[in-house]
Design a protein around this ligand. Structure first.
Ligand code: ACM
Length: 514
């Protein structure tokens, strides 16, 4: 039976509901009675929604042990699958009746990150790349419960899948308030679960400098000790960042560093006063909330550009990401456009692709400069016409330091008074921008000072970011998303996520949050 995905999911849900009426309505929990267990296949609830889900009749039962086959060339997918089996208490045994096969194929019909997943007599996961197989493993994980059980029931299903957009991002501002390495590791795991693949680290800003630069140790001695009032100071050693890069790579996530320049640099100026103009008398560290007041002294190119180059050389030696973010937001300076053009050229000479915030579009650069849009109303059309690739983070949809609902305590509302609720995030269509490479949810940290607060702002909204980036708008609908994501709550619980208790998902009410 071949059904369009939405109908297949709805049917699975409806049939489950016929047998399992629970307090929260249509719930994907296993049917309540043995008779029902025979009559219904377990529902399929995958986020982001796959390209096609062909639910067949019957189910596959798994218990005890499975036989695993995996090619050498897919070490990350193999590790992810082994971790899944271990979480579920399933042993590996080459003679087990149920076989799980990871297969790399040279099939031009499969995009880089695409995959096929078939549950029949056994389980077969097919892709062209390790990254594609990693996504297949995550889909398999979502077909299974979050915790170990004596027996597992999987729907017989054939899934074919690939992302609409290659950039499916989360950015975190560790500059205003620091996030520990352990938190970032957990964040990467959670991103991977939803097939998000870019973690953009906003490493520097007025309030703090978080990346060790060996040539300029005062950047962390002074800038690393500073933070926004009430926030956390701290910095990452180069070793810690290299560890994070490898940790993320193994999970299909690329870390994208941002060194924000030529504005948002008070921590830099406080560390190395010579980067400021000679008449600048404010050279202290800063813990306030203002923006747009600090700037590198661009009329001292002999001081500024060697510094920028030396910093970028160390940054690039840590981060293999093809794309490197040079900031470029919220500063007025007569030499601004020249700075963006020169710094973008520097990144390009080093073999990488520069990214700047939307304002960088005024610089005279080649169209390879990627631009990150953060204001829907910004005049970006000329840059699009020139061919600049766009990362889409318009603040009314994707600034998730804004409230999960209007008036949520400890949230900003300067961009949108009503906050940025889950449904709002979900409603965005990247196809409005012909050169879009994807979307990114941005967590700024002026008001986010603790891990639990970060969790509350990031989740569940990043799951909506993931689906906006993965699934074309004409195949998405909020009701289906809510049903599927609602069902994945035990997985988020198992990952220890302290998500916002989103009423749309039946996860709580507005008073039950932090
Ligand atoms: C920004 O919000 N200044 C990128």
């Amino acid at each position: 039976m071949k059904l369009p995905t939405t109908y297949a999911v709805l049917l699975a849900c409806l049939s489950a509901c016929l047998f399992a009426v629970t307090a929260t309505g249509c719930n994907p929990a296993p049917p309540a009675t043995p008779a029902a267990a025979e009559a219904t296949a377990p529902p399929v609830h995958i986020v982001p929604l796959p390209q096609s889900v062909d639910v067949q009749s019957g189910e596959l039962q798994v218990s005890g042990a499975v036989a695993l086959e995996a090619p050498e060339a897919a070490p990350n997918a193999r590790r992810a699958l082994e971790e899944l089996l271990s979480t579920l208490g399933l042993a590996q045994d080459a003679s087990a009746a149920i076989r799980i096969r990871l297969q790399l194929v040279d099939d031009a019909a499969l995009p880089d990150e695409g995959y096929r997943l078939r549950v029949g007599e056994g389980i077969v996961l097919v892709a062209r790349t390790d990254a594609g197989l990693l996504h297949a493993v995550q889909s398999l994980r979502q077909l299974l419960p979050a915790q170990a059980q004596p027996q597992y029931r999987l729907p017989r299903v054939a899934i074919t899948d690939a992302p609409a957009y290659s950039w499916r991002g989360s950015s975190v501002d560790v500059a205003r308030s620091f996030l520990p390495v352990e938190y970032l590791e957990k964040h990467i795991d959670r991103m991977a679960f939803f097939k998000l693949n870019r973690l953009h680290l906003h490493l520097t800003d007025d309030q703090g400098w978080r990346i060790e630069i060996k040539r300029y140790p005062k950047l962390v001695e002074i800038g690393g000790a500073s933070a926004v009032k009430g926030g956390r100071s701290g910095w990452y050693t180069q070793e810690e960042l290299k560890h994070l890069v490898a940790y993320a790579q193994a999970r299909g996530v690329t870390l994208v560093p941002e060194i924000d320049m030529p504005g948002h640099v008070q921590a830099m100026l406080a560390s190395y006063n010579e980067l400021a103009c000679d008449d600048e008398d404010n050279l202290s560290t800063y813990d306030g909330l203002e923006v747009g007041f600090s700037v590198l002294c661009l009329s001292k190119p002999d001081v500024v550009y060697p510094f920028v180059r030396n910093v970028l050389e160390e940054v690039l030696a840590i981060f293999p990401s093809q794309e490197i973010h040079i900031g470029g937001d919220e500063i007025k300076d007569p030499l601004y456009a020249d700075f963006v053009a020169r710094t973008a050229a520097m990144v390009r000479e080093m073999g990488r692709t520069p990214i700047a915030w939307e304002e960088g579009s005024v610089a005279d650069t080649g169209p390879d400069l990627m631009l990150q849009l953060w204001n829907e109303g910004y005049a970006i059309d000329a840059a699009v016409a020139k061919g600049h690739p766009l990362i889409l983070s318009p603040c009314t949809y994707f600034y998730i330091d804004h409230g999960n609902y209007a008036g949520q305590p400890q949230t900003y509302d300067w961009c949108r008074k009503e906050g940025v609720p889950l449904q709002r995030v979900y409603s965005f269509d990247p196809a409005r921008y012909p050169t879009a490479v994807g979307v990114e949810g941005a967590l700024w940290s002026e008001l986010v000072h603790a891990d639990a607060t970060a969790d509350d702002r990031l989740w569940p909204r990043l799951a909506a970011v993931a689906e906006v980036a993965w699934t074309p708008a004409d195949r998405r609908d909020y009701a289906g998303f809510v049903q599927r994501l609602g069902a994945l709550r035990p997985h988020l619980d198992a990952m220890g996520v302290r998500y916002h208790p989103e009423p749309d998902l039946g996860w709580g009410n507005r008073d039950s949050g932090p």
